[in-house]
Design a protein around this ligand. Structure first.
Ligand SMILES: [Ca+2]
Length: 297
């Protein structure tokens, strides 16, 4: 299947401005017991999550992600660093203002991008341009992903979904306050070692690669940056950060495009970073775009 040409927002030319336009109180014994058990479970879960425990459901690996807060968006210092490299333009202002966001519920995040085998096992086809069972599925639109989710969720009681844009960035930063998030042993990922963590324009040979081929970030997630762009739940709104709630934000107001994050194998260190935002119409199919799953706990 031939890939559709990139839309305005999907322009993959590095630096192209169009890429952007593109204490609860105890009252009664029964509730008290229940709440103690629940609180204990949540604390145990949080501890486990902080250690990055993995779980597998329906043949898909997940990492336990704890509730928490982080600074979403690009800070003054991060913007200054990009400006110094001439890697910031007016369209990047959609990443601002930065604000502290709370992710209120623990959830599960796909350890890898969804592979072509996983897609075929559920959908029976494989639309990818770059064929390979362990490569990320590409050329699936946001709407195609909704059909995949409906079929996958019909297999059992689980609730698989796309991550929200906020959940995605929370996971990509992995506890870091630096430009590229934290990598192995919680050390900062930098422009000069990003290639250890992400398939970029500089080493991809212009195609996708099997998932998990690069190092995981500090939370055990692979390929959050690079390889394929990843669809998120939200509608894309360049001005969302100025008006968005700070607890579990998600833009549910219909717009023209859906959010995609992380950059692709065709981009470089200016765009392949946790704060970079872009979108595409939900019908867009492109060899640059795939997705990963989230799962409610
Ligand atoms: Ca990716």
């Amino acid at each position: 299947m031939l890939a559709r040409p990139p839309t305005r927002s999907a322009c993959q030319s590095p630096g192209c401005p169009s890429d952007r336009l593109g204490p609860f109180r105890v009252v009664r014994t029964t509730k008290s017991c229940f709440r103690r058990v629940l609180l204990g479970w949540l604390l145990a879960f949080s501890a486990s999550a902080a250690q990055g425990g993995d779980l597998t459901f329906d043949g898909i690996d997940f990492v336990q992600i704890p509730a928490g807060s982080f600074v979403m968006g690009t800070t003054d210092a991060q913007r200054s660093a990009l400006e110094a490299r001439q890697a910031w333009n007016q369209f990047d202002e959609c990443e601002r203002p930065p604000r502290r966001v709370r992710i209120n519920r623990p959830f599960l995040m796909g350890k890898y991008e969804v592979t072509q085998k996983q897609w075929r096992d559920t959908m029976g086809d494989n639309p990818s341009v770059f064929q390979g069972d362990d490569r990320p599925v590409d050329s699936v639109s946001w709407e195609d992903v909704q059909r995949f989710l409906k079929k996958l969720n019909a297999k059992g009681n689980a609730k698989y979904r796309l991550p929200t844009e906020a959940e995605w960035e929370y996971c990509c930063r992995a506890g870091g306050t630096n430009l590229y998030g934290l990598g192995a042993a919680a050390t900062p990922i930098r422009a000069d070692n990003l290639q250890d963590y992400a398939w970029l324009q500089t080493d991809s040979s212009h195609h996708t690669h099997p998932v998990g081929g690069k190092r995981a970030n500090a939370w055990g997630l692979h390929d959050m940056l690079g390889n394929v762009w990843e669809w998120c739940q939200d509608w894309y709104d360049a001005g969302f950060y100025a008006k968005a709630p700070i607890v579990d934000p998600v833009n549910s107001t219909p717009a023209v495009e859906r959010v995609m994050r992380g950059g692709s194998w065709f981009l470089g260190t200016a765009q392949v970073r946790p704060g970079f935002r872009s979108g595409n119409p939900p019908v867009t199919r492109s060899q640059y775009i795939g997705f990963r799953l989230a799962r409610d706990w």
